[in-house]
Design a protein around this ligand. Structure first.
Ligand SMILES: Nc1ncnc2c1ncn2[C@@H]1O[C@H](COP(=O)(O)OP(=O)(O)OP(=O)(O)O)[C@@H](O)[C@H]1O
Ligand SMILES: [Mg+2]
Length: 249
């Protein structure tokens, strides 16, 4: 069985800045990989390449065996993406945004409507469903953005710092939703600044720093290898940076 996500020796520069310098990783189908790294490590750049939003300079990347450079349209059909910055239309209501995105994925109007309602309930946005996004709080926008990224039941989901700005209740709800998606066979690549989140959700963790993979394995592997007892200390040892713990939930 091909890997669900396959990345081989990817390079990407922005002028002088070498954002990715030979990153390789593989994620088997139905698994969760947590991509950790300090600010500017290259996490979002890698996610954007995998989601076909930008091309690598060099190297190969495939999603479900499909090359992201050669067949971006085919990749897009299979994936969901929640970016670090919300990508929804301010002037539409929450419900209209979800239905529009469902329609972009070729869902029937009835299917898009009913899936939108299900997600609005699930994310506790039903009361705000018919207000324009302009009136949403930051956390509410975030939730709507995540709902939009899973409306097409993606085979592979990319979540770039999905829980940043969410309150503890919403964060826990999102973790539950993520676990359900994964139980249903979705492969997930998750970037996060919260170690507890990676520890709880990810099967394996990949730590990147300055555009290179500096360690990968399960959270237990990484602790054993570095001789540390918490992922926090592991991260500090590997990258020289400390990282926030998840705010108390
Ligand atoms: N479009 C761009 N133009 C110029 N430089 C960029 C661009 N996108 C990213 N970079 C640079 O590439 C490097 C990696 O950025 P990237 O956004 O991938 O980091 P990140 O790991 O997601 O960081 P963060 O944790 O802050 O989100 C940084 O030095 C950044 O300034
Ligand atoms: Mg980022």
């Amino acid at each position: 069985m091909p890997d669900s996500i396959y990345v081989s020796d990817i390079y990407k520069s922005f002028g002088e800045v070498q954002a990715l310098r030979g990153v390789s990783l593989r994620v088997p189908k139905g698994k969760v990989v947590g991509l950790l790294g300090p600010n500017g490590a290259g996490k979002t750049t890698l996610v954007r390449i995998l989601a076909t939003l930008m091309y690598p300079d060099k190297g190969e990347a495939k999603v479900e065996g499909i090359d992201v450079v050669a067949r971006p349209d085919d990749v897009r059909r299979l994936i969901g993406l929640t970016g670090q910055y919300a990508a929804v239309d301010e002037n539409l209501t929450g419900r209209e945004n979800l239905i529009m995105i469902g329609r972009l994925y070729h869902m029937s109007i009835d299917a898009a409507r009913s899936k939108a309602q299900e997600l609005l309930n699930r994310f506790q946005l039903a009361d705000a469903a018919d207000r324009t996004l302009k009136t949403y709080s930051g956390g509410m926008r975030r939730l709507l953005d995540i709902a939009a990224s899973i409306i097409n039941s993606p085979t592979v989901l990319f979540l770039d710092e999905p829980t940043t700005g969410l309150d503890p209740k919403s964060r826990l709800e999102l973790w539950t939703i993520i676990r359900e998606l994964v139980a249903g066979g979705t492969t997930l690549l998750l970037t996060t600044q919260y170690l507890e989140e990676a520890d709880r959700l990810a099967d394996t963790i990949v730590v990147i720093d300055h555009g290179r993979v500096v360690a990968e394995g399960t959270s237990e592997d990484l602790k054993r290898r570095t001789g540390k007892t918490t992922l926090d200390e592991v991260f500090l040892t590997l990258t020289g940076h400390s990282i926030e713990e998840t705010p108390t939930v």
